[in-house]
Design a protein around this ligand. Structure first.
Ligand SMILES: Cc1cc2nc3c(=O)[nH]c(=O)nc-3n(C[C@H](O)[C@H](O)[C@H](O)COP(=O)(O)O)c2cc1C
Length: 356
């Protein structure tokens, strides 16, 4: 029975998904000064929808023209031209029977200052990561601790970006609370050492996420989706457990369960890895703390791993396998022998080289 589950429908708040397989958000760094992605990046998303992927997440879209951007070539959806560029893409994805969700984020301290229009890096606390920026070879600058003005201003950027996504016709918006970017920086004691209402206790560290969710929710119509992505790992200092313990992680999941969101997307690098020194994986720990639909990703590459990962979640997402194999859904349906892709192979995502 379990093997059939992958190809059974799922009802996500009234959206009838034809199967349990989605494409994760994947940054492509293809935008020019217009902050609009290249056409082949749009085509990539549509082709995955055509090839039976039921949820298409966009790359992470930066939320303002000041401090949100962390990498070159990132996209925005704040002006009419940007909104209009996405409209036909969303329509084509929907025509193929998939739903389209736009992921939105602020990079916080993981920002390359030269590409950041305000040339200013902000974060909960003035602490930088230990790793060098892999793209520049230099250390990241020490960020400026966010003032209350910065916090309010950044939240406005999330709201304006969500409005742009809704105007473009997206079925939903995802708030990126994972991977050591700004929201994750607030959640983690590794990056948040504030002593005001946004720091110290877990309740306080959660406050920024709560405020972003509530502000964004106000502009999401009832017939659209709001999802939240979380992880215990970050793109820099990858070995650090950002949330520290099972208790902290499950507290955050419980807080999220009380929010007006429709699913939690749990990002891992290996779905079956035991988490926080327990004998449970991230999806299992998430399930213990919430009844919300759970999406899981991390080294899901063939029928067997997809089936196993789905035992603890409602939807499985893939990044590298769907990036490098456009026929992945058909291949897992056919139970083909497939190989897991390496991160180095995924680097093609950031070039102009044609994807397979
Ligand atoms: C090229 C590339 C770009 C990525 N960009 C994003 C992103 O914009 N937002 C995000 O939440 N995750 C991003 N990720 C992480 C993936 O969504 C996913 O969490 C991770 O790759 C593990 O899944 P996998 O084992 O299926 O590759 C990216 C991954 C890759 C390979």
């Amino acid at each position: 029975m379990k093997s059939k589950k992958l190809f059974t429908p799922f009802n996500l708040k009234g959206f009838k998904l034809k199967n349990r397989i989605g494409l994760t958000p994947m940054t492509r760094m293809s935008s020019s000064d217009s902050s609009i992605p290249r056409q082949d990046v749009f085509d990539f998303l549509v082709l995955r929808a055509k090839n039976e992927v039921s949820i298409i997440y966009t790359e992470a879209i930066v939320t303002d023209y000041e401090s949100a951007q962390g990498y070159p070539g990132q996209a925005r959806i704040l002006n009419q031209a940007q909104i209009d560029a996405w409209k036909p893409v969303v329509q084509e994805i929907q025509k193929e029977g998939a739903i389209a969700i736009m992921q939105i984020f602020h990079c916080g301290r993981i920002a390359w200052p030269e590409v950041n229009p305000a040339n200013r890096t902000i974060a909960p606390s003035p602490i930088t990561v230990k790793d060098k920026n892999a793209m520049t070879g230099f250390l990241y600058p020490v960020p400026k601790a966010m003032s209350q003005f910065d916090i309010d201003h950044v939240i406005t950027g999330f709201v304006e970006t969500a409005k742009g996504a809704i105007e473009a016709g997206f079925d939903g918006v995802e708030i990126h609370g994972a991977h050591g970017y700004l929201i994750s920086q607030f959640l983690s004691p590794y990056s948040n050492q504030r002593t005001d209402i946004y720091g110290n206790s877990i309740e306080n560290r959660y406050r920024f996420a709560h405020e972003v969710i509530h502000a964004v929710k106000k502009v999401i119509p009832d017939d659209r989706l709001l999802t939240f992505r979380i992880s215990d790992w970050g793109v820099a200092d990858m070995k650090i457990s950002l949330l520290g313990s099972k208790e902290e992680y499950q507290n955050i999941i419980k807080y999220l369960s009380n929010e007006p969101i429709d699913a939690i997307s749990v990002s891992t690098y290996a779905y079956d890895k035991k988490a926080f020194g327990t004998d449970k994986n991230m999806a299992q720990l998430t399930r213990e703390a919430t009844e919300l639909p759970i999406m899981i990703c991390g080294s899901i590459y063939d029928h067997e791993s997809a089936k196993k990962a789905l035992e603890d979640a409602d939807i499985i997402l893939s990044a590298k396998s769907l990036l490098l194999n456009p026929n992945w859904v058909e291949d897992i349906r056919a139970n083909k022998t497939l190989k897991p892709y390496k991160s180095e192979e995924a680097a093609i995502a950031y070039t102009q080289e044609a994807l397979p």
